[in-house]
Design a protein around this ligand. Structure first.
Ligand code: G
Ligand code: G
Ligand code: MN
Ligand code: NA
Length: 251
């Protein structure tokens, strides 16, 4: 209860900050995109995990305020980065139920001057299942502005592949659970390769998340499983100010 009151106050004061986790070409030769990750530091309890405060915000019906703040900060930060770098923001399932998100995105792009092709939006696979017609309308509208749509946590949401094909989606981010045991368990590697083949068949760009070791990375490269890699093997989430330097080192 106390956490709710404090979160509301923090959101009203604009105190949600944003960290960025880079995505690289598999060989590490270029930093292409950064995922914006919301951060909240509670005055007494310290850092609260986003899983926790996003869920609280959803229960309180204020998650769209957080989304707006994160999109604003992400766009302001991205305009300062080298031009080839894009930024990817997570949407909550609640953002996809309300057409207001369309105006939010449009006005933030106008205010910040970020080219729309540099903004990506991530929606979890599980959030696509409800109110499909509203979701489709919102995603189509956003995509018509030139924004890229990614499905996050792909493979965990039990969505029907046939409607995945009909949704306006450009990128799949394969959930890190599919990477965890690929070096030890050949069946896990086969499963991952199957998902990759299927995604390529649907003309989707593939981001593999949660890559932690050099061995995993080598296997992913060997089997051509990824267009982009996101994971601790290359970088943890970092401050906006570090992105230009990390990008410089990669190139
Ligand atoms: O930051 P971390 O890597 O701990 O993220 C944990 C989870 O919180 C991830 O599933 C991520 O998608 C989610 N998350 C992080 N930032 C945001 C945000 O701004 N909005 C929403 N809806 N989810 C977020
Ligand atoms: O669910 P989503 O993909 O939006 O959230 C990204 C989350 O994954 C963040 O909490 C981020 O800190 C975490 N993460 C990023 N890279 C790795 C990794 O290599 N291993 C693990 N275990 N978590 C990671
Ligand atoms: Mn994400
Ligand atoms: Na994910």
């Amino acid at each position: 209860q106390r956490l709710k009151t404090d979160l509301r106050a923090a959101v009203e004061r604009g105190e949600i900050s944003v960290a960025y986790q880079p995505m690289f070409k598999p060989d590490g030769s270029a930093l292409e995109c950064c995922e914006a990750l919301a951060r909240w530091t509670h005055p007494e309890k310290g850092a609260i995990a986003p899983d926790i405060f996003i869920q609280i915000a959803e229960e309180m019906g204020i998650v769209s305020d957080i989304t707006r703040q994160v999109i604003e900060k992400a766009c302001r930060d991205c305009v300062k980065w080298p031009e080839h770098i894009t930024v990817s923001v997570n949407l909550s399932v609640q953002d996809l139920r309300n057409e207001l998100i369309i105006n939010t995105v449009k006005s933030v792009l106008a205010e910040t001057g970020l080219a729309s092709h540099r903004l990506h939006l991530e929606v979890t696979e599980s959030s696509l299942i409800e109110e499909l017609s509203t979701v489709r309308l919102i995603l189509e509208q956003l995509r018509s502005y030139g924004i890229t749509i990614a499905i996050d946590d792909f493979g965990t949401g039990f969505s029907s592949l046939s409607y995945l094909d009909t949704l306006p989606v450009d990128v799949v981010k394969i959930d890190r659970s599919f990477v965890r045991n690929i070096c030890e368990d050949v069946r896990r590697l086969k499963l991952l390769r199957g998902i990759v083949t299927l995604s390529r068949g649907l003309n989707l760009q593939i981001v593999v998340e949660g890559v932690e070791t050099r061995e995993q990375l080598a296997l992913l490269i060997k089997h051509n499983c990824a267009d982009l890699i996101q994971g601790y093997v290359y970088s943890m989430p970092v401050a906006a100010e570090s992105i230009a330097e990390i990008s410089q080192l990669a190139s």
